[in-house]
Ligand binder design. Sequence first.
Ligand code: SF4
Ligand code: SF4
Ligand code: FES
Length: 752
Amino acid sequence: MSVHNSINKGKEITVTIDGKVCQSTFGKTILDIARENDIYIPTMCYLTKVQPIASCRMCIVDVEGVDGMILSCQEKATDGAVVNTQNDELNKERQNIMKLYNVNHPLECGVCDKSGECDLQNKTMEFGLEEQAFTARDQHRPVENWGHVSYDPALCIMCEKCVRVSTEITGDEALKIKFGGYGSTIINTKQDKNYASLGEAAAVCPVGALVSTDFKYTSNAWELEKIPSACPHCGGGCQMNYEVKNDRIYRVTNAFEFSNLCGAGRYGFDYANENVSKDAKAFSSAVEAFENAQSILFSSQTSNEEALILQKLKEERGYKLVSHEARSYQKFMQAYSSITGKSLYGGTLKGISESRAVIVLGTKINDDSPTVKYHINMASKWHRARVAYMHPLEDSEIQNIVTQFIKYEAGSEEGVAALLVETLLKDVEVPKGIRAFLDDLDIGNLSAESNVGEEELAFLAKSLIKKSGFSLVVGSDLYTHPKAGQIAKLLALLEQYAGFNVVCVPPAGNAMGISLICDLDDEKEGKTVGYNVPADFTLSALGDGDLDMPAMNQQEGTLTTNDKRVVPMNVALPYGGYVLNDIANELGLDAEYTIEYTRELPTEKGFEAQDFDNLPDFFDAVGNEHRGYLLKSVKISVSRTLEELSDIDGFDGAVIYNCDPTEQFSAFTAKCKSLETEAFLLGSQQFATATKLQDGESISYTVDGVRFDRVFKLDTSMKGTIALNPTFDMGLSASLLSSYRFSRLDFERAGK
Ligand code: SF4
Ligand code: SF4
Ligand code: FES
């Protein structure tokens, strides 16, 4: 940004567009201001969520006193400008552009998947083109099947949107332009990876050139009912629409102009608990089990309203409420808040994408939270942000955006957090007690124990000099760490005193909502009822328990997202069985529908007393999000005390790390056909040597009482002695895992 621009940014300006006086701020384009004021300017290549592509010229306007036609999508408006968006000359030019787009683009839309929602079709009609004015000799260019998506070069208008999404948003960087004049085409340079994130690139394609392979030729767009909802898988709660016909979900789409979905959200929709009817006997057994139980175990796949029902039952009946992921997150955030004095972390996803430097600590972010990774990618692409990735395992999938990988020993996160904070707060004013704590740290020892070199930290600190806008992204390795509370307090200092945009990514599902609504316990006692967790009596949305429950896409309710928003989820598919609310009513609560609890969500925790049916669910013309509402951060009493650091209990020998492969999060994503993945214990040659395991060997081991029977698979691209232990295929028992994500591997060979 030039000095002039940065000085004026945000200054109020007045622009007249088509005679309408529009107030706005400096820095916005003419197109932005027109859209803010409901003035239509046609576009073909413009996609709000990426930088202007400026390749189509459809958005041309006249600016009085300026020669030639101006591209409104990239031209910043100046104070006092008088703009005309419609006149004969502009319309003629736009018609000519459409004529060129239609050269050899077969307008036989009846056979095209995009018919009914195609930009080219719509604009051809809008500009009154009744015939194809020109043709050129076409070459035969066959359709290419790239796995999740298919590409038809004959339909491609080379608008570049897909390439920009693949580069600027998802960061898979698979799609590129192959230049060749009239024969220019899009190529997939990473076909071997079969990235599901390409679904996001297909979503923005304005024509039928890039489409989802599974959806192709299955239905006309206009026959599908669009049901707006939120993705329940990773904690992102991303905006989505289920597109449904005859009680079947055909596809998932999204408000692609402004928001994003990862492959799990887009392709992981076929996990409903189907063909369930009301089983009165099982229902009365369930009520009896609740009457006799002392503890309720439940997973993160629980809506805010269901969490409130469980909390109310606890208040009535004194249950222990146990939800491991949510509990560890709750304790972490309680400690974090004791430093900041606020109930929620201060950072936002937008803050990440606007950063000039991002530090990621304690999460395999590419797999744990795809859209958070997308925002880090945006910062990297738009602001050339430095990205420091601190983790015991290198991740080749984010190599393209990571500028510094800082590897530490598994188990040493407390020491790493202390080193990081000491480095970053060196020249920052902090209270005396905290300065004394930092001054007392034995840096040499911490560095030796964690394996993080002092020179690495010095390099990190140096690279941040002269930058502003820092983000810190932390994740669930830290929440389950034995010293999670102390780690949380240390990292909170960066938000409190150094102004970091900190995002504590919730571990999965609705863990954040549950952690705010429920008074959770650490341990169960006595007889147990499990909701999507195995127990003495199990309610299961997988259909394998004692009483069936609806899956998330069969429920109404709200989720709390990693951007601190409470968003509505709607019913995509019918469900004929009982729901948790039916049981609660038998136990003395009183609500006809689960969503009656939406307005009772605890306002003292930042929720609003709003009726479910009044929650908005849309993006406006310029991309402002109106989905549900933002949680309020409430005041928490402060106690800025740090404990002395404990000895670092690192791991040596063979270690496993509970981590799912990309696009897998739970037993529900595991059910989805498009996401089918085999689960292996995946490790390097070094791990194989340390454990004397052969590629393909079957072993058994136990983590938190859950038995894993796994085949070991050698991955020569991996390094070190930590193997990846997926949990998504473990059915409901994955929710029993509660301890630190890394553990020593103690295994038995098959047949022994
Ligand atoms: S495939 Fe679609 S989005 Fe990509 S350049 Fe072609 S028309 Fe544009
Ligand atoms: S899995 Fe997470 S990142 Fe992916 S679409 Fe769902 S909520 Fe968004
Ligand atoms: S929308 Fe402006 S050049 Fe395409």
